[in-house]
Design a binder for this molecule. Sequence first.
Ligand code: NAD
Ligand code: GLY
Length: 370
Amino acid sequence: MAQHTSSLQKVAIALGDRSYDIHIGTGLLGSANTWAGLPKAQAAMIVTNDTIAPLYEAQLRAAISPHYKKVHTVVLPDGEAHKDWPTLNLIFDALLGHGCDRKTVLFALGGGVVGDMTGFAAASYMRGVPFVQVPTTLLSQVDSSVGGKTAINHPLGKNMIGAFYQPVRVVCDLDTLQTLPERELSAGLAEVIKYGPIADMDFLGWIEANMDALMAREPAALAHAVQRSCEIKAWVVGQDERESGLRAILNFGHTFGHAIEAGLGFGVWLHGEAVGCGMVMAAELSKRLGKVDAAFVARLKALIERAGLPVRGPVLNPADNALDYIEHMRLDKKAVGGDIQFVVIDGPGQATVCGASDALVREVIDGGCA
Ligand code: NAD
Ligand code: GLY
């Protein structure tokens, strides 16, 4: 097997007997060391999609093959529009078709869509098999591969069917980010930026100072962005794995963002694009609630714009756009009895969850959409 020059940092997710490490570095995919110490099994299954398979499947297969008698691969159709039951069933069809037993290790090779679906398949196949996250987008390296949220979409709402199920390891090979389309890089930066206002204003300052390096995919900048994002996520998930409170802050921008994704149809705007724009709306709501000043909103908006992300929401319904957003947001998982809950910035570097009147939310939407 070809050996690659590699660098490695580890971030630990502390969850008792479900603890695991996030490996972050270059040259990890093809390095034999990366795959040592995983649960023993006869078979492994790589779950990936038709964009990523030609790029990275052979490399991963070669690197993990010494550990398993058989390595199978299932290739899913690419895209958020396929994060659904029929596509999930392709994973079960492949597992059952190959006679895979309950020790089979699944490897999710791809972005958040592949990761979320593989995790859900792992949670439910034979009532649970181990899985490894091998995220290949910036968004999945800094957010979706970490913390055990797995799901598919329902036509009526985003990520509505799923389970909390932790991977046994996360492997973020920064080299894979070099082939990422620009639009996807920007989408990932939305989730990187998110960690600043909710938890670490020093990190926000670092992102501002290093945005050009991030956009140029400089490995050192990417490494720091992934590591610090994962550290913050690990800190949050370690305290509130199942989102009974604190973990909701990771959804800053997502309530408005999910309305955009569902309202336009999944896949029209990328998740990260919707979150970027949603953060501007959520910051504006925070300002209107008296929690941050206009300068804070302008600072965040400018950074989101520099990341190449939209900062104004789409019009979902010209007849009553705000109502359309509000109806989608009532389906958000944080909603309690139909009352929408928003993650708002409670002063720079801190977030909280609260309700807001429809009138105030309407003002934000009316002022924030194209
Ligand atoms: P994605 O999985 O759709 O990947 C984006 C695109 O990039 C796809 O076309 C993919 O095939 C392609 N791609 C992936 N890696 C590539 C590479 N290295 N080179 C070239 N192309 C590559 O999108 P995403 O942004 O990674 O993830 C979004 C999904 O993640 C959404 O479904 C969202 O709901 C979910 N999510 C989940 C969590 C969680 O906690 N589980 C958190 C955030 C987002
Ligand atoms: N991406 C939000 C969470 O993991 O809770």
